[in-house]
Design a protein. Structure first.
Length: 424
C-alpha cells in the first residue's frame, strides 16, 4: 500500500526559490519512497499542479475582501468582535470540514522548508494561524506532522511567536535549516528536541554534478541579482528613498562592470516582486546612456526553475540578495557575493566557508562591493572547489534526514542512534 504524503507551504506564488524547495522534496520522496502518493497544500494549487505535476489544494479558502473602516475607540473593538463572530468563526468551521476531507486517508503532513516560520509583514491570523490550524487538525486526524528544514524569519508579533511555538510543540519532528533558526526559536520559548539539516534545495538533482564555468572568454560573466528592497517595517517616502538608493548602487556597480568589458546577466528570483525592479534598473541605466544590447548586458525573463538554473549556470560569478538565488549559485558552484537583506544569508555564507562574501543590503557601498568582487575574481578556482566540497556534504546530510523521516514509513531498518526521532 502506498504511503500518502501531503506537502504544505507557500508554493505557486511565482517565487522560484520556494518552487525549488518543493521540487527538491518531491524528487527526494520519489527516491526514498517510489510508491508514495504525494499531494500539496499550497497558496496557488493550479500553478503547483502545472509546475510540479502533483494534485494540489488551497491552504485557505477565505476571501474577506478589503478591510473596512470601523470607526474609532470602543466601536472599533465592537466591530472587530462582531465580524469575528459572524464572519470568521463560521468560515473556520467550514474550513475544519474542508481540511478533514483534504487530509482524509493521508499518513504524513510535511511543513516543507522555506522561511515559513515568521510574520512576513502579515497578520498573525494569516499564514502563522494557518500553519497552526493544519498542524493541530492533522494531529487530530492521526497524521504524522513534520517540520522539515524550515527557516525562522524575524517575528515582531508576540502572537505570531506563540502560534509558531504551538505549531512546533504539536509536531512529531522538527528540523531547522540552520542553527540560527534553531537558536531563534529557543529564545522564543521552544525547548523541545529539534534537528538542524541544510536547506532542502541542496537536494535538487541539479546539485549532483555542478556544471563547469559559464565562459572561457577574457572576462567572467557576472550575474547581478535584483531584489525589491525598501527596508523592513518602512513605508511611504522612507521606503521609496531606500529603494532608489539600493537601485542606484546596483546601477553604479553594473556601470563599473560594463565599463571594464565584463558581460553582465541580470537575475531575479521572484517573478511578482522582482520584475518591476528589472524594468526600473533598465530605465535608470538607459538614462545614463547604457543600452543593454550595446553593452553586453543580458536581461531575460524567467518563468521556471530550469530558466533560473540556466541563467545562473551561464555566469561565472554572482552578486545576489534573494536567499535561494544564493543557494542556487552555490549548487552550481558559482562564487557568490551575498548582499544580505536577512541574517539567514549571512549564516548560509558562513556555513559554506565564505563569510567574507557578505554585505548588508541596508548599508553596503559600491567601492566595498567592487573590492569584494575583485578579490573573488582572483580566487575563482579555489572558491569553486570549496563550494563543491560543501554542497556534497549538504547532499549527504539531507539524504540522512530523508532516511530518518521516511525509514518508518518505508519499513526499512534504521541504524540505531540516540538522536533519531520517534515517528512510530
Amino acid at each position: 500500500m502506498s504511503t500518502k504524503i501531503s506537502l504544505f507551504g507557500n508554493f505557486g506564488t511565482r517565487n522560484i526559490g520556494n518552487e525549488c524547495t518543493l521540487k527538491a522534496i518531491i524528487h527526494s520522496i520519489r527516491r526514498f519512497l517510489p510508491e508514495a502518493d504525494i499531494n500539496c497544500i499550497c497558496s496557488t494549487p493550479e500553478d503547483v499542479l502545472s509546475r510540479h505535476g502533483v494534485p494540489a489544494f488551497p491552504i485557505s479558502c477565505r476571501s474577506e475582501g478589503p478591510p473596512r473602516r470601523s470607526g474609532r475607540g470602543p466601536w472599533r473593538l465592537v466591530a472587530r468582535i462582531w465580524r469575528g463572530i459572524f464572519r470568521r468563526i463560521p468560515h473556520e468551521l467550514r474550513e475544519v470540514a474542508r481540511i478533514r476531507q483534504t487530509l482524509s486517508g493521508r499518513d504524513m503532513l510535511i511543513m516543507t522548508g522555506t522561511g515559513m516560520l515568521g510574520d512576513g509583514g502579515e497578520s498573525s491570523l494569516g499564514y502563522p494561524f494557518e500553519i497552526l490550524k493544519w498542524t493541530l487538525l492533522a494531529k487530530l486526524y492521526r497524521l504524522k506532522v513534520l517540520f522539515v528544514s524550515v527557516g525562522v524569519e524575524p517575528m515582531r508579533s508576540k502572537m505570531t511567536q506563540w502560534l509558531v511555538r504551538l505549531s512546533l510543540d504539536g509536531a512529531d519532528y522538527v528540523c531547522f535549516r540552520d542553527q540560527h533558526s534553531q537558536q531563534n526559536m529557543t529564545k522564543m520559548g521552544f525547548h523541545r528536541k529539534s534537528f538542524v539539516f541544510p536547506d532542502l534545495a541542496f537536494s535538487l538533482p541539479e546539485a549532483a554534478s555542478p556544471p563547469p564555468p559559464g565562459t572561457e572568454a577574457d572576462r567572467p560573466v557576472v550575474g547581478v541579482g535584483l531584489y525589491d528592497y525598501c527596508g523592513r517595517g518602512t513605508s511611504g517616502e522612507e521606503a521609496r528613498l531606500l529603494y532608489h538608493d539600493y537601485l542606484d548602487k546596483i546601477g553604479q556597480f553594473v556601470t563599473w562592470l560594463v565599463d571594464r568589458k565584463y558581460p553582465v546577466r541580470i537575475l531575479i528570483g521572484d517573478i511578482t516582486y522582482d520584475d518591476p525592479v528589472r524594468e526600473d534598473l533598465r530605465r535608470s541605466l538607459e538614462k545614463k546612456g547604457i543600452v543593454y544590447g550595446e553593452r553586453r548586458i543580458v536581461d531575460e525573463p524567467i518563468s521556471s526553475i530550469p530558466d533560473l538554473f540556466r541563467q545562473i549556470g551561464s555566469t561565472d560569478i554572482v552578486v545576489a540578495s534573494r536567499f535561494h538565488n544564493v543557494v542556487i549559485s552555490l549548487i552550481l558552484a558559482r562564487p557568490v557575493i551575498s548582499i544580505s537583506y536577512n541574517r539567514k544569508n549571512d549564516v548560509l555564507m558562513a556555513a559554506t566557508g565564505l563569510p567574507e562574501c557578505c554585505m548588508r543590503i541596508a548599508d553596503f557601498d559600491v567601492p566595498g562591493l567592487i573590492g569584494k568582487f575583485e578579490s573573488i575574481e582572483r580566487r575563482v578556482p579555489e572558491i569553486r572547489l570549496r563550494i563543491i566540497e560543501k554542497i556534497q556534504e549538504y547532499r549527504l546530510a539531507l539524504d540522512e534526514q530523508y532516511r530518518l523521516i521516511f525509514a518508518t514509513l518505508s519499513k526499512r531498518p534504521s541504524p540505531p542512534s540516540g538522536d533519531e526521532p520517534d515517528l512510530s
